[in-house]
Design a protein around this ligand. Structure first.
Ligand code: COA
Length: 417
């Protein structure tokens, strides 16, 4: 059982904070990488009831700042929020889209060692400063480059391969798969439409276009304006996560070290899958995700049945299905049908992606892991942002995935009585 707890959290708004000017086309930035990082850092320290001088170590998860914003060696930037942080050790962790869960776990090891008492863990990414084409090429670098990215495989292509394998293995018809994906996306859009910090939040694109039901998504045309066009078959536009800017942060401390708000990090599991997709036995199941969840559940002394809310890595609709199964919330081959039957809403025993997930909250890749933990911390404290359950969940779980299903980080959080 881990000996660390989350004692404070902060989440910036997620969105596209660099947009072309309507008239000139020139890019206008409303929030940059640095603004996001500093806002999250200040916010989490304040939320924990601490001051910067109380922080004795900083861990930053961020995936591609060298490419997105020309910034290498980004962890020391966190010190700029306050002179009292001078000399505090900082480190940057990278695990593609799981970067900030990896950062969190390394901070946990440091706190558990007894060497650190108050660790600030940050996740940040700024993706909209480059074109979709450049962004896609950067993300592809998290593949086994010589055999995958270099020959044109992109993130949608990688997860399309999972979708094809899943469909073939479980013998799911095209129509049933498409329906399941639409239900997954609609649930994300409905939850996101309640979340004021979401990229597709209240009054956002999904709500404005009336895409809060699977039927509405299924009724979209294949081509033309407003189409749900194929991006990488069978994945369509509304099966893809958003390209977002944003940051989140948590403060962790030894379990029981503070009086007051505390969520115990009851169990963690981090696993790594073979990187080359072509060398894996199959692509219809996240074996490494299953093992990460098993480790986290074992450490926490629970089973999947205890989980009341989960944030899972829906970078593409198929991955929400695979992650739901890896966490044991659905049987293998069944998650798509469970979503189609209306499970995993805020009214269910276990709600999935109350935040709107990567599909609607947004997916600033390096920020996503800490974002999941920050959102669940708020839910568990009865301070849920956006969609909430009737009762704040006492036990929650995350599954954050990096690369083409390579780095898997599962966490179990439990509210202290
Ligand atoms: N889901 C739903 N709508 C989306 C969207 C998405 N993922 N991406 C863009 N849109 C909407 C835009 O808001 C815009 O709507 P509007 O015309 O009504 O304003 C329209 O679609 C076109 O937007 P645009 O920015 O031109 O889209 P794009 O073609 O540049 O990007 C994708 C679309 C799917 C390629 C891009 O969202 C993507 O790559 N997503 C996946 C990101 C990823 O791989 N993350 C890492 C996962 S491991």
């Amino acid at each position: 059982m881990s000996n660390a707890s989350v004692i404070g959290a902060y989440h910036t708004a997620f969105g596209a904070f660099t947009r072309p000017d309507r008239e000139t086309g020139a890019l206008i930035e409303s929030k940059g990488y640095y603004d996001l990082l500093w806002e999250a850092a200040r916010g989490a320290i304040e939320d924990a009831g601490l001051e910067p001088k109380d922080i004795d170590g900083i861990w930053l998860g961020t995936a591609f700042p060298e490419g997105f914003v020309d910034q290498a060696h980004p962890a020391p930037l966190a010190l700029e929020i306050d002179p009292a942080l001078r000399f505090v050790p900082t480190q940057r962790l990278e695990g593609a889209c799981a970067s900030s869960s990896v950062a969190l776990y390394n901070a946990i090891y440091a706190v558990e060692s007894g060497r650190f008492k108050r660790a600030l863990v940050l996740g940040v990414e700024k993706m909209t400063s480059v074109s979709t084409q450049v962004m896609t090429a950067l993300l592809a670098r998290a593949s086994y480059w010589p055999e995958e990215g270099a020959v044109g495989l992109t993130a949608p292509g990688m997860f399309a391969a999972y979708a094809q394998a899943y469909q073939a293995h479980y013998q799911i018809s095209d129509a049933a798969l498409r329906r399941a994906f639409a239900h997954v996306s609609a649930l994300g859009y409905r939850n996101g439409a309640k979340n004021p910090l979401a990229h597709f939040g209240p009054g956002g694109l999904a709500e404005r276009k009336g895409l809060l039901t699977a039927e509405a998504i299924l009724a979209l045309p294949d081509e033309g304006p407003g189409a749900n066009a194929v991006v990488a078959a069978p994945l369509r536009l509304h099966d893809c996560s958003l390209v977002s800017d944003g940051a989140a942060a948590v403060v962790i401390a030894p379990r029981g070290a503070v009086a007051g708000r505390e969520v115990h990090i009851a169990g963690i599991g981090q696993t790594t899958e073979v990187m080359r997709m072509g060398q894996r036995a199959q692509l219809y199941r996240h074996d490494a995700g299953i093992e990460a969840a098993r480790r986290a559940y074992t450490e926490a002394g629970i089973t999947a049945a205890a989980v009341e809310a989960a944030e899972v890595h829906d970078c593409f609709s198929i991955n929400q299905i695979l992650c739901t199964e890896a966490l044991g919330l659905s049987a293998h081959g069944r998650a798509g049908f469970d979503y189609t039957e209306g499970r995993f809403t805020h009214e269910d025993h276990c709600a999935v992606n109350l935040s709107g997930g990567l599909k609607a909250k947004g997916h600033p890749v390096g920020a996503t892991g800490v974002s999941m933990h920050a959102m669940l911390f708020k839910q568990m404290m009865g301070e849920g942002i956006g969609q909430t359950k009737a009762q704040p969940p006492a036990v929650t779980a995350t599954l954050n995935v990096g690369g083409s299903g390579v780095t898997h980080c599962a966490t179990v959080l439990r509210r202290e009585a």
